[in-house]
Design a protein around this ligand. Structure first.
Ligand SMILES: [Zn+2]
Length: 409
């Protein structure tokens, strides 16, 4: 096999394309592969595919996978055609996408590296600028989205994450496979609304559950866009537990302020004990709580009801759950502990979503896991220079998208 044929095979070329020359420039450390086109090749418009007369040609270059240690460039005179409908356009070449400065194989190679290594590592290893990598990622995500128009949206989860610490949020929508479907600016009702607006009616109807936190924004969007939203919105136990943990903490602090000075240290030291599940307490902790309950009556009550809420969640599926929660709400109100009665009010308003979550066994767990991965991504990238890059990176890494170009299509 001569080297021309070798490169034709490497590049996957077939007639009318052929390798016309291969040159090694040792000083530059570069291999240049010249690709030619048969003189009588039929030229087609890249938009509509109709045969068109040639107009002129332009030299174009693409970076390809290195040949040993040598950076390799593909060079070709690419004809432009004059399409009666689309005007003067450069024809498509089989080794690269339109407007890309890299061959398909090179892009596929970069994508596979980016999946496992940081942008800075890839930049250094492959001698590519950040902007070049960013362009490859952008095309990869767009290709992935175009290749998978019908992704699973039966069971959704919505969550927010911050782009920069403390402000500037994005909303992440994911499915039950743990794939990110969309990343939208902000965490308002409009943020989620924009995602819903991309779905047609049939797709919207196919959604059976949407797991979310208890803040009103995502609920509002869901009620506005999704039919029978009150049967689909689900509040995970995690969010209920979080609310009760906050109530417990507030009550303990209020109790501590009222308690005798000599007691305060002990109360403060017990702060984590109260948050634990009763089955995970050791004897010493039980005794500590018993002693403290004498002085921390309210804290004891809130703790008891927090445990009771867990029992309801674990003990019922559908039948009896509503009544059990209603009893719980009454009990919480009787205590007259401020933090607890306001939690009870919230639970009463949100009961439909709590019951839905119990019915579906829906969980925001996957969304929370994605959120954790996104935080790790931010740390690894040492921050993103723009929100668009951040959003793209989330889709690139967690979108489950088929992003690699297919050199043999
Ligand atoms: Zn055309």
């Amino acid at each position: 096999m001569d080297q021309f044929t070798l490169y034709e095979q490497i590049l996957g070329l077939s007639p009318p394309w052929f390798v016309s020359n291969v040159e090694l420039d040792k000083d530059l450390g570069e291999v240049e592969v010249q690709v030619g086109l048969d003189r009588d090749a039929i030229l087609t418009c890249p938009r509509c595919g109709r045969n068109c007369p040639g107009y002129d040609s332009r030299e174009r270059r693409w970076r390809h996978l290195d040949t040993c240690q040598f950076r390799t460039q593909v060079v070709a005179q690419v004809p432009r055609v004059q399409c009666p409908e689309h005007g003067c356009l450069t024809i498509s070449v089989p080794w690269a996408e339109q407007k890309s400065r890299y061959t398909l194989l090179f892009e596929a190679f970069v994508i596979s590296w980016l999946r496992v290594a940081s942008i800075s590592a890839v930049s250094k290893q492959l001698r590519l600028s950040w902007t070049a990598i960013d362009n490859i990622m952008e095309r990869a995500v767009q290709r992935g989205l175009a290749n998978s128009p019908e992704r699973d949206i039966v069971r959704l989860a919505v969550d927010e994450t911050s782009f920069r610490k403390g402000h500037d949020y994005v909303t992440i929508v994911s499915n039950s496979q743990g794939h990110v479907l969309a990343v939208e600016d902000g965490r308002s009702s409009d943020s989620l609304g924009r995602f819903y607006a991309t779905l047609d009616e049939q797709r919207k109807r196919s959604i059976t559950s949407i797991s979310m936190d208890m803040s009103p924004a995502y609920q509002k969007a869901t009620f506005e866009h999704i039919e029978n939203a009150h049967r689909k919105i689900a509040f995970d136990h995690f969010h209920v537990a979080q609310m009760l943990t906050r109530a417990l903490d507030m009550t303990r602090k209020a109790d501590m302020a009222k308690a005798d000075r000599s007691m305060r240290k002990g109360i403060h030291q017990s702060r984590y004990t109260w948050l634990r599940h009763r089955d995970s307490l050791d004897l010493q902790q039980v005794q500590q709580m018993r002693q403290l309950s004498e002085d921390l009556k309210d804290t004891g009550l809130v703790w008891y009801l927090k445990e009771k809420a867990r029992d309801i969640w674990q003990g019922y599926r559908v039948k009896g759950a509503r009544v059990a929660w209603q009893e719980w709400i009454q009990m919480a109100r009787v205590t007259k502990v401020r933090a607890l009665t306001s939690a009870a009010d919230q639970i009463e308003i949100k009961l439909f979503g709590i019951l839905n979550a119990m019915r579906f066994k829906a969980s925001n767990g996957l969304a929370e896991a994605i959120n954790g991965q996104v935080r790790a991504l931010k740390v690894r990238a040492r921050g993103f220079r723009s929100k668009e890059r951040f959003k793209r990176a989330i889709l690139f890494h967690y979108g489950g998208l088929p992003m690699a170009p297919d050199p043999h299509k």
